[in-house]
Design a protein around this ligand. Structure first.
Ligand SMILES: [Cu+2]
Length: 137
């Protein structure tokens, strides 16, 4: 009579921990579900004499991703991400982060605006510095 009691206790707690483990797993799947769909992506991009290395000129992300572009440049300049219409001043030698959520799909060029350019100082006839491609999910 005294033997089955500790055995039962052991089985009971094993079942309980199994149940709580599957609940933990279910919760983890629910919590991880949303971030698994949208990634947070950081790109370090170096501008030298107004140019980005060819390997970094095309940036591919997916719709909904949180995109962080970390720029460094040997010259101070202003970046313009078209479509999203974000302008960022990059000061030579400092890291400047241009962050956005890729809610719109398509192909979006990043242009350099001369630092001293006023409201009308676009120079879009130049090839883009880099291109962001946002793919639909
Ligand atoms: Cu522009």
């Amino acid at each position: 009579m005294f033997n089955p009691i500790p055995v039962n206790k052991g089985q009971g707690s094993a079942v309980l921990s199994l149940v709580s483990a599957s609940w933990t797993l279910a919760l983890l799947l629910i919590i991880a579900g949303a971030p698994a769909l949208a990634a947070e992506l950081t790109f370090d991009i170096k501008i030298e004499r107004g140019r980005v290395p060819d390997t970094m000129r095309l940036i591919r992300v997916n719709e909904g991703d949180i995109v962080k572009l970390r720029w460094t440049s040997d010259q101070s300049l202003v970046l313009h991400l078209h479509g999203y219409d974000i302008e960022k001043r990059v000061v030579a030698g400092a890291v400047t982060e241009l962050a956005f959520t890729a809610y719109a799909t398509g192909r979006f060029p990043i242009h350099v605006h001369a630092q001293e350019a006023g409201a009308g100082g676009h120079a879009h006839e130049d090839a883009p510095l880099a291109i962001i491609e946002v793919y639909p999910r």
